[in-house]
Ligand binder design. Structure first.
Ligand code: ATP
Ligand code: MN
Length: 429
């Protein structure tokens, strides 16, 4: 007999024999009947075991919650409950037993602290609301991938162990690489640009990015998933079009493919309208100053100031034309005003989701930008060389997948969106 997923136990199985497999969610013992709630990733069903007709080889006495069962039974024509399908067991096989007590409750509606949850993440993830987060994350990424493929991008994979930092600075994890020193890459920036010089035209990458940032916040991880694109013969405007298209397609796919709406907060999710508003940095500066904040041109916005801007733009919006000095060396300056740059951030309310820009493609300009930012061009020869023999104008962006998942599901802590988060104090499990 084939296995049926619990969510597929609909009207068409009434009066029929079925087989389900899953975990013991809960056990309820009454006088003449026992109930076992069985849970698979799609839902929970109620298995009834009548006491006057014992099942061969099955004894409920010694069974702990979270044990793994294979249940065969009949689905009665007349169902007692509306929201949970009932199966009258004819055979129950214990596939594996769970120890007791559980280090973390799975079935109860008890809120455990995040530390305990993460320490016992394998159990924590059995909760449907947590599985839903990763279902959403996966659908989101699938929608983004589909969109990028439709626009002629190919997916690439670039090295994560590198010899020099992408942007300089101290945010790097050093690793021993045989007799050499190496680092974990902060971003695929340099490699995706090199591929533009290689004539790939349009590339994207989904991969880990490592940041040795010491601050422990609710929206930073030390290892996160970066969705990056780079496109040749293009500028920042082209990159923004791709970004809003990708975000929209991702959310559309989430809305379309949510399999368990009851536990997923994504049901309240709306597909955003594009184009997203484009607000210049200078306009944001005025907004923030009008609210009584002290800030000068050339400064980055504080969290409080971003909240002020976010209050005026309640959904997705771009902040464009950032001061050149706030952006990395590879960012193209605005040809009309060299204090500004052809750059943008995608925001959702007060949260940054993506940074992007048109890039410098002139090797001389790039060399000067290195020097201006205090970086040694010689450390970047492998990158600079690719600009010497025909580098097209190009643009791109990097989007934090956990950030986007977090804001879409309105989660308070980014750790919820990482299966096994890496933060300042955690590398296990
Ligand atoms: P922030 O100012 O929020 O720390 P950033 O400007 O340093 O971010 P970028 O280098 O622009 O980050 O990275 C591109 C995107 O990657 C960000 O917009 C964000 O969505 C995501 N991101 C960056 N750092 C982290 C991190 N430590 N944890 C999770 N996501 C991150
Ligand atoms: Mn950024």
């Amino acid at each position: 007999m084939n296995r049926t997923f619990i969510s597929q136990l609909g009207p068409e199985v009434l009066g029929k024999a079925v087989m389900v497999e899953g975990w013991v969610h809960e056990i309820k013992r009454l006088k003449s009947v026992d109930f076992i709630m069985i849970r698979d990733k799609t839902g929970i069903a109620q298995v009834t075991v009548k006491k006057d007709s014992p099942l061969k080889g099955f004894n409920l006495e010694s069974l702990n919650r979270e044990s793994v069962l294979k249940v065969k039974g009949l689905v009665p024509e007349k169902q007692i409950s509306r929201n949970m399908i009932e199966i009258a067991a004819t055979d129950i096989e214990i596939l594996n037993r769970s120890a007791a007590p559980l280090p973390l409750p799975v079935a109860e509606n008890i809120e455990s602290d995040l530390e305990t949850r993460l320490n016992n993440r394998f159990l924590d993830l059995r909760r449907h609301e947590n599985y839903s987060i990763f279902e959403v994350k996966s659908s989101l990424l699938w929608g983004i991938r589909t969109f990028l493929h439709s626009q002629g991008f190919i997916e690439v994979n670039t090295p994560k162990v590198v010899a020099s930092s992408t942007e300089g600075g101290a945010d790097l994890f050093k690793v021993k690489y045989f007799e050499m020193d190496a680092y974990l890459n902060q971003s695929p920036q340099l490699y995706k640009e090199i591929l533009i010089s290689s004539g790939f035209e349009r590339v994207f990458e989904v991969g880990p990015a490592f940041r040795a940032e010491k601050h422990n916040t609710t929206h930073h991880l030390n290892e996160f998933t970066s969705v990056d694109i780079e496109m040749g013969f293009s500028d920042h405007e082209d990159a923004m079009l791709m970004l809003e298209g990708a975000v929209k397609s991702g959310i559309e796919n989430v809305v379309k493919s949510s399999t368990r709406p009851s536990t997923s907060s994504s049901t309240s999710l709306n597909v955003p309208e594009i184009p997203f508003p484009r607000i210049e940095y200078s306009r944001c500066l005025e907004l923030v100053q009008a609210a009584g904040e002290k800030i000068e041109f050339g400064s980055d916005f504080s969290p409080e100031q971003l909240r002020i801007i976010g209050d005026s733009y309640p959904g997705f919006y771009f902040i464009t034309k950032w001061p050149s000095e706030l952006r990395p060396f590879y960012t193209m300056v605005d040809p009309d005003d060299e204090t500004l740059s052809n750059s943008f951030d995608l925001q959702f309310r007060e949260r940054e989701i993506t940074s992007g820009a048109q890039r410098v493609h002139d090797p001389e300009m790039l060399r000067n930008r290195f020097l201006k930012k205090g970086l040694k061009p010689a450390d970047f020869d492998f990158y600079l060389n690719s600009f010497l023999y025909g580098m097209p104008p190009h643009a791109g962006w990097g989007l934090g997948l956990e950030r986007l998942t977090m804001i879409l599901l309105d989660l308070k802590n980014i750790r919820e969106t990482s299966l096994f988060p890496r933060d300042r104090t955690r590398i296990v499990p």
